[in-house]
Structure formats: C-alpha cells, structure tokens
Design a protein around this ligand. Structure first.
Ligand code: G3I
Length: 354
C-alpha cells in the first residue's frame, strides 16, 4: 500500500483527532482561577460580621472562595459576648464560628481582654482586686471553654501598650496591675490546652518603642514560662508607609520564634482624610504595590513554621470600618464595594505566590 494510499486511509478514519481527554478530566478544563487562599502557603483570612454573612450573598461567596481563615470582627469582644454579668450572648459568635467550621476555614477569636468594647457592667464594676481578678478569669475561662475545639487561636490581650512603649492605662491595668496580661494567658491556657494564644497590637511598623515593648514582654513571658504562642501585627497601614519599617517589624517579631500573624491588614489610600476623595489610577497602583510588598515581606521573612497567616480587617470597601471611623471616603481593601477584585487584589495575590 503506497504511502499516499496509507495517508488517505488514515484521514478517512478521522485523521488528526484530538487525543482523547484523560478519563475524568473535562475536555476543555476551565482554567483554574487562582484565589488568595489557593496560591498562599499559609492561611489568608478576613474579619467578618455575622449580619453580612447572612444578609449579603456576594460577601459570603467572596469569603468562601477567597479566604481560608476567619476572624470575628466584633461579636467575640466582651461588650457583645458578655453584655451582662450573668449573661453571655453567643449568637453572633456562633454564626461566625459555625460558618468557619462548616466551610473548613480556620477560626481566629478576637479579643478576650481589651480596653475598648467593654460592657457597662464592667466599666461600672465596683469591687476589690480579688473581685476584678475573678471577673477577668471567669470571662476568659467561660468564653474559651465555649469554643474549645472550634476556635484555633485567640487574641488574648489586645493593644496593652501606648505608642511610647509604656503600658496603656486601661481599667485592667488600674484594677489588676501589670500582671493582668500574663494571668490572662494562663487562664486561657487552663481553659484550653490546645488553642494558640496571641498578643495582638498595632503600630509596631511605625513605633520602635512600642515594638520594643511588645518584644520585651514576649521575652519576659518566655523566661517565666507564661504560655504565649504568637504575636499579631494588626497592620492598619497606608500607601505611604515605608516598606522597610513594615519589613523591620515583621523581621523582629519573627525573631522571637513565635507564630506571626498579620491580623488586621488594610491599606488606606486617603491618608489625609480628604473629603469627597476619589482615588486616581496612580493611587490604585500604589495600593497594589503596598499589598504586594506586605505579602511578599511576610512570605519571605517569616519562617514557614511561624506563618499563622495574613488577615484583612473586613472583606470589601463596602464593609470596611475605616470610612465610619475617619468620617471620610476610603477604599482600603482588595475588593471594591461590589466585591470586584481591585488592582490591590492582584498585588496581594502576586505577593502571596511562593
Ligand atoms: O452593636 C452596636 C449597635 O447595637 C448600635 O446600634 C451601633 C450604633 O452605635 O453600635 C454597634 O456597636 C458598634 C460595633 O462596632 C459593632 O458594629 C460600635 O459602636 C463600634 O464602635 C464598633 O466598632 C468596632 C471597633 O473595633 C470597636 O470595637 C469596629 O467595627 C471594628 O472594626 C474595630 O476593630 C478594631 C479591632 O477590634 C482592634 N484593632 C483596631 C480595629 C479598628 O478599630
């Protein structure tokens, strides 16, 4: 059979057909879109609000698709979870924790001991130091035990230092002395031997004195065998803040050997709180560069075993705490008010990619 005849025969029998699809793969596999959680080698989270979880489908969908860790923005704080001396309100916390557990996401609790979001019965509490100690211990023990096995890590003490590195004169310090911080960690450990315990703070990237105070506390705790597993850098920052200062705070915190969590990331573009502010593409590109720089610094500086992850504070520009706080326009997150990916998202994604 001549060569041409053979060729004709092959064509006749259906020629250069695509090799048949591998069993189980779709013939034209839809391209796997990268997501924040799919590209990262550590948890990527967001702080959430239960009412939006149940009320906004796009909010929930973005969380399910993009994030692998969840933090409670407000509903596990003392004011919301323990509104009266003898009454706890688990409703908001349960909605968030159940969502995280049901979607296989890590749950981070925030915050057991803080000077803000304190219920009136505590700010008006009249008692001696023993009564205050019982109040602190009972609150921590009850809340940590309530979510034992459901919450993987807690911000035990939040924002106990001022920017000058001295202890913040909170009602906890005034009624219990500086030892309240160490005892809070001990009570949390007694309530749940497995949960990771964090000290959480803001400003380590702009205040060398505050950074030093946090690191000195960690060193003291470790010397005294006070149970602490990690440090949170909130990182409420902006497009102008020098990368070198952010890298320095991450590097020095990682040098403690503890878990490191960028716990409340957002990057403001309207640092000057200009009224009727509308960002230019140049500002979007600078925000993109900042998200990329922070994610890259975290990924390359923090040893993998210490990478507790990066959490944004809120999900989209629509639910960010900043506009109501600054009474100004701002757009600090990777998703816009319609949950569309911004240039910042691309920067974050690129920075997260190993
Ligand atoms: O729940 C009440 C509601 O009943 C009332 O009608 C409404 C009007 O006053 O207030 C609601 O409480 C608000 C609460 O958020 C829940 O939305 C408080 O006023 C408001 O002050 C509180 O703001 C939160 C703030 O912490 C204080 O707890 C922000 O949403 C939250 O994003 C912010 O988060 C903090 C972190 O915990 C710690 N680091 C800084 C970060 C930003 O400030």
């Amino acid at each position: 059979m001549t060569r041409n005849l053979l060729l004709f025969a092959i064509l006749l029998m259906g020629g250069c057909r695509q090799p048949s699809a591998q069993p189980g793969t779709t013939p034209n596999p839809t391209p796997v879109t990268s997501t924040l959680r799919s590209v990262a080698s550590f948890p990527v989270g967001a702080a959430i609000n239960p009412s939006l979880l149940t009320g906004k489908p796009l909010y929930r969908q973005t969380l399910e698709t993009e994030f692998s860790s969840i933090t409670s923005e407000n509903h596990l704080k003392m004011r919301q979870v323990h509104p009266e001396k003898d009454r706890y309100d688990w409703s908001g916390g349960n909605t968030i924790v159940d969502f995280a557990n049901q979607t296989g996401k890590r749950m981070h609790g925030h915050a057991l001991v803080w000077h803000q979001s304190v219920p009136d019965w505590v700010t008006q509490f009249k008692g001696d130091s023993l009564a205050w100690e019982n109040l602190l211990r009972d609150h921590i023990t009850t809340v940590v035990k309530q979510y034992k096995g459901k919450i993987a890590s807690w911000d035990v003490v939040n924002e106990a230092f001022l920017d000058d590195g001295t202890l913040r004169p909170t009602l906890w310090l005034q009624n219990l002395g500086p030892g309240y911080m160490a005892r809070s960690f001990q009570y949390a450990r007694q309530a749940d031997p497995a949960v990771k315990l964090f000290y959480n703070e803001y400003g380590q990237e702009y205040s060398a004195k505050k950074l030093a105070a946090v690191l000195a506390m960690v060193a003291d705790f470790r010397k005294r065998n006070i149970p602490i597993d990690g440090v949170g850098l909130q990182m409420h920052t902006n497009i102008d803040h020098p990368d070198a200062q952010i890298e320095n705070a991450i590097r020095q915190t990682a040098a403690t050997g503890l878990l490191v969590h960028i716990s409340e990331l957002d990057v403001r573009v309207n640092q000057a709180k200009t009224a009727n502010f509308s960002p230019t593409d140049a500002l979007w590109q600078r925000q993109k560069a900042k998200y990329q720089a922070i994610a890259t610094a975290y990924r390359t500086i923090v040893p993998p075993a210490q990478q507790h992850g990066i959490t944004t504070w809120n999900v989209s520009d629509a639910d960010s705490w900043i506009p109501s706080f600054c009474q100004c326009n701002d757009f600090p997150l990777p998703f816009d008010k319609d949950f569309k990916k911004k240039a910042a998202y691309d920067g974050f994604l690129t920075g997260l990619k190993p």
